[in-house]
Design a protein around this ligand. Structure first.
Ligand code: SF4
Ligand code: SF4
Length: 300
């Protein structure tokens, strides 16, 4: 299992100030994904053109002939197996590997550095990705260890997983942060690559079991920001036996573009129309949730 980022002093990943661990691997392919380096479970090579001096050490090092120098910098061919040999040899760190394997001891050592700030701020540790439920055994191992250390545990998830997986993780999770991307399953499939039924089923399940949870909605003009979808989200959440403690509206931005470039992959290859809703519309969506009794805010 690989972790591709560790964010310290995170203030938007759950209550208080947190350490966020980003796990690699995700079954979804959201067109707007902010962390494309978290999609694949394996390690991946990333390339930063502005750091590259064109020495071609990487091209010569690669045993697979997986790289070529072009006028637009180093390009990867289909032969690259992401073995990382070129990364080791690059003199300018223009190449890096996304994803590192950590022992539990290493992870806890990193987390413990911030114990004081986590405890005094009411924070803790957040597991996100990628999709952390893709590796439930590893996830539970980390959650159990955090539990033994009395650290608050948030799992930031799509809940796109089997019921058995969610049930396995649930007793070790203090708070779920769950994305809701679209209420229409066909459109959910179009924009994320998977249907929404398992997600809605699992949200209902954690609500029935009395888990604490927040809902997060990426608000994207052209995708899911229309009033009908927002009203359907509200209707779904209102029917649940327990309510989310918070609904976070997360307006669209395209920060995934730069990371796709570094990975050598395409952002929004089908050129689907997506944009940030106006401030008035964001406020209107927040008001819709608030007027239905939900604690709702932009961001978080
Ligand atoms: S990661 Fe490995 S296979 Fe891919 S380009 Fe580098 S050396 Fe070649
Ligand atoms: S080894 Fe590094 S600096 Fe040299 S060409 Fe490859 S990526 Fe660029």
């Amino acid at each position: 299992m690989y972790i591709f980022d560790i964010k310290r002093f995170a203030i938007n990943d759950g209550p208080g100030i947190r350490v966020t661990l980003f796990m690699k691997g995700c079954p979804l392919r959201c067109v707007w994904c902010h962390n494309p380096e978290g999609l694949e479970s394996r390690q991946q090579r990333m390339y930063v053109k502005k750091k590259c001096i064109g020495c071609q050490t990487c091209v010569e090092t690669c045993p697979q002939h997986g790289l070529v120098l072009t006028p637009d910098g180093i390009k990867q061919t289909a032969e690259c197996t992401h073995c990382g040999k070129c990364v080791e040899e690059c003199p300018t760190l223009a190449m890096e590997m996304a994803g590192k394997a950590y022992s539990m001891e290493e992870l806890m050592k990193l987390v413990e550095k911030d114990r004081l700030v986590m405890e005094t701020s009411g924070g803790g540790v957040t597991l996100c990705g990628g999709e952390p439920l893709m590796h439930p055994d590893y996830l539970v191992e980390i959650l159990e260890e955090l539990g033994r250390r009395n650290l608050h545990r948030t799992v930031d998830t799509t809940l796109y997983a089997s019921e058995a997986t969610v049930e396995k993780v649930l007793p070790h999770t203090d708070l779920f942060m769950v994305d809701m991307k679209h209420m229409n399953s066909e459109l959910h499939q179009k924009y994320t690559g998977v249907p929404n039924e398992p997600i809605l089923r699992n949200i209902r399940m954690i609500a029935e079991k009395g888990a604490r949870y927040w809902i997060r909605i990426p608000l994207i003009e052209g995708v899911n920001a229309d009033e009908e979808n927002i009203r359907q989200c509200i209707a779904f959440l209102k029917e649940l036996p327990t309510s989310p403690e918070m609904v976070n509206i997360l307006p669209y931005h395209d920060i995934g573009i730069g990371k796709h470039k570094r990975l050598g992959t395409d952002y929004n290859p089908d050129e689907l129309v997506m944009s940030t809703p106006s401030q008035e519309w964001q406020d209107h969506c927040v008001e819709l949730f608030q007027s239905n009794g939900f604690d709702c805010k932009i961001g978080g």
